[in-house]
Design a protein around this ligand. Sequence first.
Ligand code: ZN
Length: 541
Amino acid sequence: MYNSLGAMKKIYTITIIILTIIGSLVMLSVSALLNPQVVDIEIGNNFIKLTPIPHNMTIVRENFYNLYKFQDTTIGNSSSTHSSSITLLVTYPLTLITPTDYIATTTEKSLIIASQDFLIATPTTSPTPTTPTTATTSTGTSTGTETATSSKTHTATPHITIADINLIPPPERKHTFLFLSGEELYEILMAYTRYHEINTPTETVKSIAYSTAKWSKTFGIDPLLILAQIRWESKFKPYARSKSDAKGLMQLKDFVYQPIARFLGLDTSTNAIYDIDNNIAAGTYYMYYKMRTWGTETGALGAYLLGDTGYLQALWNETEGKDSIGTTYNKYIAKIMNTRNELRSYIGLPPYDRTLIVYISPGHGTYDNGYYDMGAIVGKYYESRINLGIALKLKNILETKGITVYIARTKENDPETPYLSERVRMINLIHPNVVISIHANANPYSKSIRGYEIYYRKAYDKFLARSIDKSMNLSSPIPKHKEPKYMKLIILSGWPPSVLIETGYMTNSQDLSILLSDNYQWAIAQSIAEGVLTFLGNSNR
Ligand SMILES: [Zn+2]
């Protein structure tokens, strides 16, 4: 599959948005603009600290899609206390961004905390992604100046004015796709529609092209993927409406559109969903969220068609999942991927590179000041060695399936072994499609407790957890102890879908003998691999 996702994933995002006001509070925003506030931002591995809290804002945890936003305390919640600084724990890589255009239009009302790269950039070196030689780089309307000063500098100028945010793919994935400009997409789309005798009016083509350029860049999704999706969702007809009441270019249902529109600040009135820009904004955001859940473009598309639960079911049932009009997910994905490659060919780009990447973290094994972290110790056996044995076998199996595997360590007692925070940093740099952490459990109070357990941290990671749980339940030599469960673990805080697997209990003699056996380690690794491979998409195998 594509690793394009990888690129997309790039969107690493964490989001912190300070948003205020709508409508009647515009006046307030204006005064905020006139009196810019200097906010000191400190970014750590897992926190963002703001001093002072900008514009009397308090943090509101936004449940929808796990975004955080900061809301002006003058709205409704006037009783909330206001402290001089606030530290926000974040579970994802530090890169939270709102839509570019949204930012452009609400800069005076919003503080957006962008990626670490972005914030660290000095005023004169705003990030400029390099692009492959075959296509020209976008310098379209969305490119603005970025005047954010370093977070450590107190100056009189408004230091967070983000007119444009580039969601820059990590180096490894930089060349998988381009954020083409509206003008470039317009030319490609005109050529495509004319070649295929699709009579979309020129003005409509233009609007679609510019909106796609804007929103795909905002959310870090390949614009040509979005255009290909629009092709197969609506054939570029803004007023398309399906029998099942999916509406507009990207065929969104109202229950999908409405919450996203509210979050993004789009028009939520009855027919707003048909508006070209609104529809593409919400549809692209929806794809972005599906990308986070599935870690791959194919997964995102499958879930776009069938919903997360329906898609996972389809992956496991072998019978192909179909939408309400009988389109199978494999066919849907293939059509869109093919069209994307055709669109790429119009500007001389080769077919999309769909290499998959898995990051494996064998638990423990770090070395610090003479102290070696062996994890759980039972008698003469210790966990880090068991974890490594299973992890290396998992790596081997995945590689035979053509997957690129990064592993945090390959030996015991290696002073170079990266710590947890370093592993998370690597994950956010590499942007694997999924992250798997391998551990073995121990219970000092009970020798009878046995079984594997799977943990996830981000709500949407549970689909990966479920997939691996399904295969381990079928074939791991160690039985299940508990259903997959939420746990706040550092290793799971990276961008991609991530799980931690406790393969069994070292304190249980049956489990321990299995965990120590080379053959059984292969069986455990195989059962984990099946769950990962299925999650990544049958069509990729
Ligand atoms: Zn452990």
